[in-house]
Design a protein. Structure first.
Length: 324
């Protein structure tokens, strides 16, 4: 499978003195700069009917540009008939509500059975879109909303929107410890120096900002709402652990069971059996990449998350007279 891309445009005078790759980025914003440069270098762009492979060629304005490119399907990944909880879909994007235990992208230890494989089955045309249209990821055991682009043009706009922090993502979580007030964590995140599959707050990391506010306090746990400014790997989990409030159930970042004194048997069993981070992508808001319309979606908390909250509430009610 492949997709043929054909365009013919005149270079505007505003591109006077710009390199060819810079001019194309201005003229064809639906495509990423790296893709446009690849097309130039592979001889799929003509200037005044002559093929060029010189990305740095200077433009004067008035040149005739022709793009005649082919986007080949990514054949590395197999389409698989796996269930997808689709909450919205049109010609350009789809939004899914991902369950726990569902890996987003194939990788070491997970060669298939992922969201990407399911997307290729649901929409075979995604084979020509990088990463099958995936714009951002959720960890395997994090539940909730993800947006997927169905075309190269939509993906380019959404990735740019994500980098400009124009996509709003809010999460709900249950953290260990009593958090008295909201705040933000502004700490850089990078690869852990010794545990290479983990991330950590490190001075050499990339800028990372997480906002949080308290929704409900229990005897020794807190339900919080979080909003991301950046989207680093494991960001919420790392930031909450850094401020000594790791998420309940987080096996990697210290969310081991921490029951309060005289905890109910139900809460003890719940905390011991909750083997994933208590984290849910509850709200997603963005401007549609083609129409520009502001769109917002909400996803209800999954059953295990609701059961955890109910156990914490019941324990707090039964031990209301305890002092902590």
């Amino acid at each position: 499978m492949s997709e043929n891309i054909q365009h013919q445009e005149i270079v505007p005078q505003s591109c006077l003195g710009k390199r060819l790759d810079q001019a194309l980025a201005q003229m064809f914003p639906d495509y990423s700069r790296s893709r446009l440069k690849d097309w130039i270098l592979s001889g799929q762009v003509s200037v005044n009917d002559e093929i060029t492979t010189k990305a740095r060629e200077k433009m004067f304005g008035g040149e005739s540009i022709t793009i005649n490119a082919t986007v080949e399907a990514d054949v590395r990944f197999e389409a698989q008939d796996l269930p997808l909880n689709i909450v919205y879909e049109d010609d350009d994007i789809l939004v899914i509500n991902k369950p726990a235990g569902f890996v987003v992208h194939p990788g070491a230890g997970n060669p298939d059975g992922t969201v990407l494989n399911a997307l290729l089955h649901h929409c075979p045309d995604l084979a020509v879109v990088p990463r099958a249209g995936i714009v951002h990821r959720l960890d395997k055991d994090t539940t909730g909303l993800m947006v997927v682009a169905k075309t190269i043009a939509a993906q380019t706009v959404l990735v740019d929107s994500l980098q400009r922090r124009e996509i709003t993502r809010e999460y709900e979580a249950v953290a260990n410890g009593i958090m008295t007030a909201g705040g933000l964590v502004d700490e850089p995140i990078g690869r852990h120096p010794t545990k290479r599959t983990n991330m950590a707050v490190t001075i050499s990391g990339r800028p990372s900002v997480t906002h949080y506010r308290v929704l409900e306090k229990y005897r020794l746990h807190t339900r919080i709402r979080l909003r991301l400014e950046t989207g680093r790997t494991h960001q919420i989990r790392v930031h909450m652990a850094h401020i000594t409030h790791p998420l309940v159930g987080d096996q990697n970042y210290g969310g081991r069971p921490r029951p309060p004194k005289n905890a109910t048997p139900e809460l003890l069993a719940m905390l011991r059996g909750f083997k994933r981070q208590a984290l849910h992508a509850a709200m997603l808001s963005l401007y549609h990449p083609i129409t520009g319309e502001l769109m917002t979606w909400h996803a209800e908390l999954p059953e295990d998350f609701v059961a955890l909250i109910n156990c914490l509430k019941e324990d707090s009610k039964l031990n209301a007279s305890e002092e902590y």
